[in-house]
Design a binder for this molecule. Structure first.
Ligand code: ADP
Ligand code: MG
Length: 260
């Protein structure tokens, strides 16, 4: 690792990044949640958003994903066919975008407890109009890739926390979603399991050219990501880029990775 300084991103010429957020602001009544945030996320990037509780991380994630409309600013998302401003979509367009392009993983996987692991993973495919007979083998393959072979028939309550988060990762990626958002996906796990789940999340996303945006409190999680931004009071106060490509073993530490 070197002490060389890195900017978050070289200037984009010609190509459009996967996500480009420009000057995002959002208030809740008198509370300023975001006060002018700009960032880019490119194909295969894994971006960790860090910061203290209440700093605006979840609001930022939800604005990037088109779940919350900001008061100001734009979020451009490059899809398979075009570039859309997610802040300008109506509900129907947003739902279609989410089904086709986006995946979500939350702290508690928000899996459906009455369904088996396989049924949970197949659900987004069924919602997309794919037949059960085509959806099930596809869901099974993704479960197998995430190390869950043989667990497809279990209900969520019969899985460990780490296994349940893998099911959530499978569900988030089974449709081929190219952009995945995760809000504290390892927040309820012990450190060893958190590391394994983070590795599974990266293997299912950035290692395949998908883009991952992950809110985390965990330095060990951020250290596995290619980029880290720090948020405080709704602003980005620092960013770092992993200085080497082997992000699984080389931690992004503030000084050495070139905070700016
Ligand atoms: P973080 O995820 O970093 O903990 P949030 O994005 O959830 O932060 O919240 C940022 C700020 O906005 C906090 O002050 C929080 O209380 C406030 N906030 C978030 N969501 C709402 C809401 N729906 N209504 C009112 N205030 C909110
Ligand atoms: Mg939050």
């Amino acid at each position: 690792m070197t002490s060389e300084s890195h900017s978050l991103r070289p200037p984009v010429t010609g190509t459009v990044p996967r996500i480009r957020a420009t000057d995002i602001a959002k208030r809740y009544g008198p509370t300023v949640a975001l006060a002018g945030v700009s960032l880019d996320v490119d194909d295969g990037d894994s971006l960790a958003i860090m910061g203290p509780s209440g700093s605006g991380k979840t609001t930022l994630l939800h604005v990037l994903a088109g779940i919350i409309r900001p008061d100001r600013g734009t979020v451009r998302l490059r899809t398979k066919s075009s570039v859309v401003d997610v802040t300008g979509l109506d509900d129907e367009e947003r739902s279609a975008l989410r089904l086709a392009e986006l995946g979500f993983v939350f702290q508690q996987g928000l899996l459906i407890p009455e369904l088996t692991a396989l049924e949970n993973v197949a659900l987004p495919l069924l919602l997309a109009g794919i037949s059960r007979s085509a959806a099930d083998p596809r869901a099974q393959r993704v479960l197998d890739e995430l190390g869950l072979h043989g667990l497809g028939e279990r209900r969520i309550g019969q899985l460990s926390g780490g296994q349940a988060q893998r099911v959530a990762i499978a569900r988030a990626t089974v449709t081929g979603a190219r952009t995945v958002f995760a809000d504290e996906p390892t927040g309820a796990l012990d450190s060893q399991t958190a590391a394994e789940v983070m590795d599974a999340l990266l293997a299912a996303t950035s290692a395949r050219g998908r883009s991952l945006v992950v809110v985390t409190h965990d330095d060990a999680v951020a250290a596995r990501c290619s980029h880290v931004v720090r948020v405080l009071d709704g602003r980005i106060t620092g960013h770092a880029t992993a200085p080497v490509t082997d992000h699984a073993t080389e931690p992004v530490s503030g000084h050495e990775a070139g905070w700016s």
